[in-house]
Structure formats: structure tokens, C-alpha cells
Design a protein around this ligand. Sequence first.
Ligand code: SF4
Ligand code: SF4
Length: 113
Amino acid sequence: MSYGMLVDYEWCSGCHSCEVACDVEATHAHFPKGHCGVKVHEEGLYKIGEEKWADIFMPIFTDLCDTCAARRAAGEELPTCVKHCQAHVLKFGELGELAKDLAAKPKQVLYAF
Ligand code: SF4
Ligand code: SF4
């Protein structure tokens, strides 16, 4: 089965909980210090109209992301970043199913693993 991660970045608050969850996950103890499977990028405030400003946060999945394979093999249903995203920005699953969800809404990106 091919897996993917659908990111509905329209609702990403930039809270970094996904990064922290990945960093402290016990099965990721071998990751290099200071690096983990996801990094949240902030575009920075920019003006989009008279007295109207916008910003974009985007979780970027790195080559360290192993889709929490060991954690899931041990019986956890979800990768830890997905579980700890309170805004429900992250959706993990079968790539083909996520591609259908991608087509249903703008301001999303789909990572294929
Ligand atoms: S799926 Fe697991 S390894 Fe990948 S970024 Fe999320 S917490 Fe880290
Ligand atoms: S993806 Fe979720 S946990 Fe990560 S920064 Fe965005 S809102 Fe926070």
C-alpha cells in the first residue's frame, strides 16, 4: 500500500505541535539532534489589501519521516504528528484515497511517501 499525508494548510496555526510530537516520539530516538520528520515553515506577514494582512504556515515533511512505521506496527493507529495536531490539519492514509480528498478542497498539499 502507498501512503500519503494530506495537509490542509489553510488551517495550520503554526503551533509546531507536530514537530514536538515527532521529536519526542520514542521510536525516533535515532534521529539526529535538532532534526525530525516535519518542519513548519512560516511565510511571514504580507499585505493583501488595505489594512489586510495574511500569513501562511506550511508543514514540510523531511526525508527523516518514516510515517511512524514502528509506532504504527506497535498498534497505534495514527502517526504522532497527526494525533497531536489539534487543528486537524494533517490526514494520513492510503495515497489514492487522499488524492480524492485533495481534489475536493483548495489550499491543500499531498505528500507521497
Ligand atoms: S509521520 Fe511520524 S515520522 Fe513522519 S513527521 Fe509525522 S511524527 Fe514524524
Ligand atoms: S500542522 Fe497542526 S500541529 Fe503542525 S503547526 Fe500546523 S496546526 Fe500546529
